[in-house]
Design a binder for this molecule. Structure first.
Ligand code: GCU
Length: 632
């Protein structure tokens, strides 16, 4: 009897040990508390003492490059404690040599609002900002409002810091690019200081998104007796003085504050155009304010509908910025999305990277899967980002920003496999030449106890599958309005800007489909450097994955496969759905190797993904086929 209960207990414990909710991310190693670690006492030493199986020596060598580390026979050498920390995590995941980061700036952008919600967040509420129910309602839902009195969750932020440090991320923008001016009020700057203090030992600097019109509603310490201004004109001396005072106020509390991220004159945000000034006027004014403290300005090029209203949307960033190239201060960086439209499952690269030559540039990648199934689809994004680096040489950029997919969900990212995208972003920001495959394998090895070999194949095929079942052969932005999840190819609302309407992008009628962006159309192809300009412009050389992005073709047009446009669509949509079916088969086969909770949770999402992929196929094919019916 006694033996039996012991056995039952053992089984229960074994089961408990295996229960995993994903909160530990890829840092699931059990403490071994065995290693003797010598050298400076720091977080790296603590981590190694807890998790390393072997003894380690830590050494400082000030001649080494910032953030680089060397590993040699149980000795980690680095310039400072942060380098040692990177070395420690590398050693723990099995690296045996050394490494240095490709980019100095490896930054997460959180689109978190002060009321606790997250723009395009699919993993719960913000880990940084908490709100409370307000009095107003929208469509029957209570609207949350800011509540600066709520305490911060220091433990959670420490876990966040550790996860980021383990993959080399060294900066974080704590709030949405659609920024509230309140972010710069004293009460919130104090909170930012608390976050900065927790993140600093992990090598992570804090940055803030700012609202360009902040001087008109928020006082700055020591400025104008606390009065606000009537203008935010960047050339106005009072406005300049306000920003200088604000910078001083921030840096007094956070001496290593990173700087500002700015979305100006885009989608309704205020900016220098409001005063007939240029992006350079706006960016330089802010750059001057943070320069004495070593701060930077990341100025976004995601603009449309302002200065070049009516022009093909994908051309507008180049049109707005090309004439300003070289006119920015040296602490301004132009931050551009990888594609010229908006984080679609597949876009050609953004030609702004070809056109800007005398201004520092950063790429903005989107980790949160706004247009790739959100936290409900298994889509591994590294292949998409690697595709981008195939066109834009990593050396052209000074840094990488990633729109974070992190929220209060227990597993941080909603979908267990979405964690791989956070991981891959960090690893690519460290080394953009790592392969998608190597990163996925690293992540799988650390995330699952016994990763089944086929899971790697699922991850590597998942992005192409998503393109197939959502928007094959160059279709783009045919998403349901605003939610950007399901299909709405017939979407058109007269009151909306036309650039929000799916019909603007595919332009299907009874004869033809596609957006003519060649020299006979919007001439967006001319914004590309050679050879891409010529390749994309000519339908015979344009890769078919971009066909309807660059070309308008009759329904009778035959692709290289010999299939007509609609036949090719049918083939691709179906192929995408079949892929998801195969992912489910593989996931079923992996069941014996995966802990139960995570297996169940991923399984439920895969079932939903299949359902949604099918919906995309039927909705889009029915809609596009209807033109053929009408033309008969
Ligand atoms: C997309 C997204 C918005 C976001 C914008 C941006 O349009 O849907 O929510 O604010 O990009 O990057 O500024």
């Amino acid at each position: 009897m006694k033996k039996l209960s012991l056995l039952i207990l053992a089984i229960v414990f074994a089961g408990m040990a295996k229960a995993e909710d994903g909160h530990q991310l890829w840092l699931r190693q059990a403490p071994v508390n065995k290693a003797v670690v010598t050298g400076p006492e720091c977080i790296a030493a603590q981590e190694l003492r807890t998790y390393s199986k072997n003894d380690v020596t830590l050494k400082l060598d000030p001649t080494m490059e910032q953030d680089a580390y060397r590993i040699n026979n149980g000795v980690i050498t680095a310039k400072n404690e942060i380098g040692l920390l990177y070395g420690a995590y590398a050693l723990l995941r099995g690296e045996t040599t050394g490494s240095k980061p490709f980019y100095k700036l490896r930054i997460l952008n959180h689109w978190d609002n002060l009321n606790g919600t997250i723009e395009r967040g699919y993993a719960g509420l913000s880990i940084f900002w908490k709100g409370k129910p307000g009095e107003r309602k929208f469509r029957g839902h209570t609207i949350f409002v800011e509540d600066p009195d709520q305490p911060i969750d220091a433990n959670l932020i420490k876990e966040y810091a550790r996860a980021n440090a383990s993959i080399g991320i060294n900066g974080t923008v704590l709030n949405n690019v659609n920024a509230s001016p309140k972010m710069l009020s004293a009460v919130y700057i104090n909170k930012v200081k608390q976050y900065a203090d927790i993140l600093r030992p992990y090598g992570i600097k804090v940055y803030l998104s700012i609202n360009f019109a902040s001087p008109m509603s928020i006082p700055a310490k020591g400025f104008n007796k606390g009065k606000v201004l009537k203008t935010a004109d960047p050339l106005n001396p009072q406005v300049k003085a306000w920003w200088k005072a604000k910078a001083k106020e921030i840096y007094a509390l956070i001496p290593d504050f990173g700087g500002f991220l700015v979305k100006a004159n885009s989608e309704g945000q205020p900016g220098p155009f409001d005063y007939h000034r240029t992006h350079a006027d706006g960016a330089n004014m802010l750059a001057d304010a943070v320069k004495p403290f070593g701060g930077i300005i990341m100025w976004r090029s995601f603009v449309y509908g302002a200065a070049h209203k009516g022009e093909d949307r994908v051309k507008q960033a180049v049109s707005e910025f090309v004439g300003l190239d070289g006119k920015f201060r040296d602490n301004v960086i132009l931050q551009s999305k990888n594609g010229p439209l908006d984080f679609q499952p597949r876009e050609p690269y953004a030609p702004i990277f070809d056109n800007i030559k005398h201004t520092k540039q950063m790429a903005e990648l989107q980790i949160t899967q706004e247009y790739l199934g959100q936290s409900r689809h298994l889509v591994y994004l590294a292949p998409m980002w690697r595709e981008f680096f195939g066109f834009v040489a990593p050396e052209k950029l000074v840094g990488i920003a990633g729109v974070a997919n992190i929220g209060l969900d227990t597993n941080w990212c909603g979908h267990h496999f979405s964690q791989a995208n956070w991981y891959a972003f960090g690893r690519l920001a460290w080394n953009p030449t790592l392969t998608s495959e190597a990163i996925a394998q690293e992540w799988l090895d650390q995330t699952f106890e016994k990763p089944d070999g086929q899971l790697l194949s699922v991850m590597l095929r998942s992005r192409e599958a998503c393109v197939d079942y959502m928007m094959p052969i160059g279709l783009h932005h045919i998403f349901a309005f605003d939610e950007h999840y399901g299909p709405e190819p017939n979407g058109f609302i007269a009151q909306y800007p036309i650039e929000w309407c799916p019909v603007y992008y595919h332009k299907a009628n009874n004869d033809s489909i596609g957006f003519n962006r060649t020299h006979t159309g919007s001439n967006a192809t001319a914004q590309y450097r050679e050879p891409y300009c010529t390749i994309y412009d000519d339908i015979n050389t344009c890769p078919e994955r971009y066909l309807l992005w660059f070309h308008r073709v009759p329904w009778t047009y035959r692709l290289k496969s010999g299939r007509t446009v609609i036949e090719e669509m049918e083939y691709r949509y179906t192929r995408g759905v079949n892929e998801v079916e195969d992912f489910i088969r593989i996931w079923n086969e992996a069941k014996p190797y995966i802990d139960d909770q995570r297996w169940q949770e991923v399984d439920a999402r895969l079932q939903h993904q299949l359902h949604n992929a099918n919906l995309w196929r039927t909705t889009c094919l029915d809609y596009f086929k209807s033109f053929q019916e009408k033309s008969k």
